[in-house]
Design a protein around this ligand. Structure first.
Ligand code: FAD
Length: 478
């Protein structure tokens, strides 16, 4: 195999594979190396996102939501089903099929674009050299004019609950339980904990989420987070805030945990326990001694705003540099870096990264929260519209939630949009586009939206910024 490239990308997750494709599109001789293989040493592309993250979790969220609707909502539409039951094997097989189709899709994209795929574990030797060990641990040296590190992240393990067989698992284990746990504990009520908790609650588990922080979803808008908490609790998720797990013990296939809260030490017994307390970068043995790549105390690679590391010609993108640990953030960094290497101008707008929690209702936001604006001393106005007053949401059958638009008090420029409701993962794109184009709330107010559609709630929230919402019984602000 050729061992000399313009660019070698380390990692074929959404950051790395997108970077590799764009490099190849721009005429650079590109290779992408990844160590992920199946039990027969066949390479698996797509990283965490496709294999054990975004895609399998969304497949299970979709399946479990269908089950819940069939059990509790169809009859309201006059659709009478008889007894509905879950076949977990079929559900898991569907999830695996989706994952496999998509990962094979990346193989095809690499082929079409001429990206050379290398199977193995890479170690950075210096600015232009990588040592890559194949599946038999045989090392070889590869040269590249530029190197892009996209090695991603892995779940954090905690001493209070070390992983054990299929009883104490991380997010990966929780995507393939062989049966629905009767009682399921989850350490961490963040995005991953809430999504996985929703899947298993819908399928029949009694779910308890133990969250060390007192504040629920501290990164989201406070009003949205409070309403989301009310919705989740109403659905039966038992979310305990200020609950720090301090120990766990597995006995006869069940796990007993101890946690501390304001009242003292508490005990709980579960059939399964998921540890979902965050993710750390895959940089443990990424660098040979003396490579001098700068990292922080947690192992995140230090980069400037264009993802350049301290080593000339070496870039790092995606989860491995921290920030918003989201697939689309990594992909955009991949495109930016590829274009910079090809000598073009490029940048990522970190102010408009959309964040989504794919529960029901969905939580989605982009831009600044009220809390941040207050902390920054920015004078702002806000407009809010509830989905309860939106015809499409009513027809849909789930009209929980609201849309909030925050705009600069002087310029009227949209600074943040926060949503809770059905399909907000799709609706938030409208807000991102508006913010990318520097839209004012008046621009949105003057835009026509299809009726009936959920996006009318976004329109009305923008109108409400200046007290002009039509379908809301509230006194005009002007
Ligand atoms: P990764 O996807 O982690 O890929 C890194 C790749 O590098 C891996 O394939 C690994 O094998 C390879 N690698 C590592 N070290 C080496 C080495 N030394 N040599 C060779 N190869 C190496 N994000 C979203 O945006 N939306 C979601 O809905 C979402 N849901 C999620 C649900 C779950 C359960 C989880 C766990 C994560 C979710 N995420 C979601 C986060 C998302 O998966 C990550 O942000 C994304 O995968 C990061 O992409 P990446 O390319 O930086 O790294």
């Amino acid at each position: 195999m050729k061992k000399n490239f313009d660019v070698i990308v380390v990692g074929a997750g959404p950051a790395g594979y997108v970077a590799a494709i764009r490099c190849a599109q721009l005429g650079l001789k590109t290779a992408c190396v990844d160590e992920w293989v199946d039990s027969s040493n066949q390479q698996i592309l797509g990283g965490t996102c496709l294999n054990v993250g975004c895609i399998p979790s969304k497949a299970l969220l979709e399946s479990s939501e269908n089950y819940e609707k069939a059990c509790h909502e169809f009859s309201d539409h006059g659709v009478i089903t008889g007894k509905v039951r879950v076949d977990l094997d079929i559900m898991m097989a569907r999830k695996d099929r989706i994952v496999s189709d998509l990962t094979q899709g990346i193989t095809s994209l690499f082929k079409v674009n001429g990206v050379v795929v290398i199977t193995g574990r890479a170690r950075l030797l210096d600015s232009n050299r990588l040592e890559i060990s194949d599946v038999h641990n045989k090392p070889a040296i590869f040269d590249a004019k530029s190197i892009i590190l996209a090695t991603g992240s892995k779940p954090v393990n905690i001493d209070a609950a070390p992983l054990l067989d299929d009883v104490i698992v991380d997010s990966t284990g929780a995507l393939s339980f062989s049966e629905v746990p009767r009682r399921l504990g989850i350490i961490g009520a963040g995005v991953i904990g809430l999504e996985l908790g929703s899947v298993w609650r819908r399928l029949g588990s009694e779910v308890v989420l133990l969250e060390a922080q007192e504040c629920f979803l501290s990164m989201a808008d406070e009003q949205i987070a409070a309403e989301a908490l009310r919705q989740y609790t109403g659905q039966g998720l038992d979310i305990r805030l200020g609950a720090r797990v301090v120990s766990s013990e597995v006995n006869a296939g069940k796990v007993t945990i101890e946690y501390q809260d304001k009242e003292g030490t508490q005990k709980e017994k579960f059939d399964r326990l998921i540890v979902a307390v965050g993710r750390l970068p895959n940089t443990g043995d990424l660098c040979a001694d003396g490579s001098r790549l700068l990292m922080d105390e947690w192992g995140f690679i230090h980069v400037d705003e264009q993802c350049r590391t301290n080593l000339p010609g070496v870039y790092a993108i995606g989860d491995v540099i921290g920030g918003a640990m989201l697939a689309h953030k990594g992909s955009e960094e991949g495109v930016m870096v590829a274009e910079l290497i090809a000598g073009k101008q490029a940048q990522v707008n970190y102010d408009t990264i959309p964040s989504v929690i794919y529960t029901s209702p969905e939580v989605a936001w982009a831009g600044k929260t009220e809390k941040t604006l207050k902390a920054e001393g920015v004078d702002y106005k806000s407009g809010v519209f509830p989905f309860a007053a939106n015809g499409r949401a009513r027809a849909h059958g789930n009209s929980a939630g609201l849309v909030k638009v925050l705009a600069d008090a002087d310029t009227d420029r949209v600074l943040g949009v926060h949503m809770l409701g059905t399909a907000c993962s799709e609706l938030i794109a409208e807000a991102v586009i508006a913010m990318e184009f520097g839209a004012s709330s008046e621009d949105l107010a003057l835009t026509m939206f299809a009726h009936p559609s959920l996006s009318e709630a976004f329109h009305e929230a923008a109108l409400d910024v200046n007290g002009m919402a039509i379908h809301i019984a509230k006194k005009s602000k002007s």
